[in-house]
Design a protein around this ligand. Structure first.
Ligand SMILES: Cc1ncc(COP(=O)(O)O)c(C=O)c1O
Length: 445
């Protein structure tokens, strides 16, 4: 872990930084500055310790300040700060791809690097479209997403995504030919389920309706999050993902899993695909790939998809896509060091053994004021609150603030409080997170 550093002084002014996904005026009136991090904790600029119950933003899976990652990045910076991967290569890019394939779901033997989850999503959608064309089925151009889905903020991602605020301002620029399956959120049937909800596998059948409407010959791919995170932790009903897979197989449609939050051990296996025993054709990842230390994303592809591109003259570029910083050497160094830690410390499976503790802790909040549902899986917990009349999201925000004041960082997503601690979390820290959340709920009208 890092030696203690003196916190940076507060910046002179807050105006210039246009903050992402933030109520800028509200934040700038009452800023919350993080200055240092180590293990399970952040420290604020004024020196207060804060237990990180959200792994930064679902990404710091091995905990903060991991010396191996810092050192690997420093070494790489000193050796070669940048190398292009267009028509050139550098060893750690190939090594990282090989190492990722070793922990990937069956058959996912090819890896395309990006710099974020959003870029991974847009890359996967483009690969899906180009694949259909490469294998001679150029009519397959439609993409199917899902209501309440979050796939980042690129135009492809918001088009297949299903969160209205992320879409409505950009409606004129949505990519054409997209349709959406229904979400699986249903409190009437599934409230307070522990783990996967029992009701709702039949909702996968709606994909058949969409296919009947558009015809399978027009559909390239279906993209879903195995567990929706940003929409407030929505779990797949038992049997749902299997059914989606079967329907995609039946109609020769690619299945893309967006594993940007479920990847890298969050739910007890390296990827949700393995946990749920459903193998997609393409898989998007980011966040935990480098422990959040350096921006990086990766799209995993089944071998057959890559192979379909490897035709034509050998001097021809097979996929006209890529980023200047695809497989950036610094990100690769961080990724390799991160995988070493995950493997040495068994972190990619650790969530499975801690899940029962988190499940009991989060469900102990049932009955507290304004709680209308509790959901959990692996090291993810969520408490849904009754929205204040006419003021959606305000109550969860107040609970988030109260937790922060008491030294625990949770995440408010709409009217849901989400918890997703680093995978190094100890049982006592799980208890503390939910104890503080419970106090905050009691104090928030
Ligand atoms: C499922 C999913 N896909 C894509 C993204 C976008 O990732 P990024 O913010 O790195 O672009 C996120 C981010 O939270 C996500 O949860």
């Amino acid at each position: 872990m890092n030696a203690k550093l003196t916190p940076a002084p507060a910046p002179p002014g807050l105006d210039a930084f246009w903050m992402p996904f933030t109520a800028n005026r509200q934040f700038k009136a009452n800023p919350r500055m993080l200055a240092r991090a180590e293990g399970m904790n952040y420290w604020t600029a004024d020196g207060r310790e804060v237990l990180d119950a959200v792994a930064g933003l679902w990404c710091v899976n091995a905990g903060h300040g991991r010396r191996e990652i810092t050192e690997a990045v420093a070494r790489q910076l000193q050796t070669m700060e940048f190398a292009p991967t267009f028509q050139m290569g550098h060893p750690s890019a190939f090594e990282l791809a090989n190492r990722l394939v070793e922990i990937a779901p069956p058959g996912m033997e090819r890896v395309f690097f990006t710099n974020s989850g959003s870029e991974a999503v847009d890359t996967a959608l483009k690969i899906a479209l180009a694949y259909q064309r490469a294998r001679g089925v150029a009519t397959k151009t439609r993409l199917i997403g899902r209501e309440k889905g979050y796939h980042g903020v690129g135009f492809g991602g918001i088009s297949v995504g299903g969160i209205v605020n992320n879409r409505k301002f950009f409606s004129a620029a949505m990519i054409p030919g997209v349709d959406h399956m229904p979400h699986t959120y249903d409190l009437e049937h599934n409230a307070y389920s522990r783990g996967l909800p029992p009701w709702g596998a039949h909702l996968a059948g709606d994909l058949e309706r969409i296919i009947a409407l558009h015809d399978a010959s027009t559909i390239a791919a279906v993209i879903i999050e195995p567990i929706s995170g940003s929409a407030g932790v929505i779990l797949p009903p038992v049997g749902y993902l299997q059914k989606i897979r079967e329907i995609c197989n039946k109609h020769d449609i690619l299945l893309i899993f967006d594993e940007v939050i479920t990847g890298f051990g969050r739910i007890g296996s390296p990827f949700a695909a393995q946990q749920f025993e459903v193998t997609p054709d393409l898989m998007t990842t980011a966040k935990g790939l480098t422990n959040g230390a350096v921006p990086m994303g990766a799209v995993f592809a089944q071998r057959k998809i890559y192979d379909a591109f490897m035709q034509g003259p050998e001097n021809a570029i097979e996929l006209f896509h890529g980023y200047t910083y695809s497989a950036h050497p610094i990100a690769c160094a961080a990724g390799l060091a991160t995988l070493d830690i995950y493997q040495r410390e068994g972190l990619l499976r650790r969530a499975a053994s801690l899940a029962p503790r988190l499940e009991n802790a989060v469900h102990s909040l049932k009955g507290l004021p304004n709680v209308i549902d509790i959901r959990n899986y692996g090291l993810i917990g969520a408490v849904e609150l009754e929205p204040r009349a006419g003021k959606p999201t305000a109550r969860a925000y107040d609970v988030f603030l109260k937790c922060f004041e008491r030294g625990v960082l949770v995440r408010a997503a709409g009217d849901v409080i989400a918890v997703s601690p680093p995978l190094i979390v100890e049982e006592k820290q799980i208890d503390r997170i939910f104890e503080v959340l419970g106090q905050a709920l009691r104090e928030t009208a």
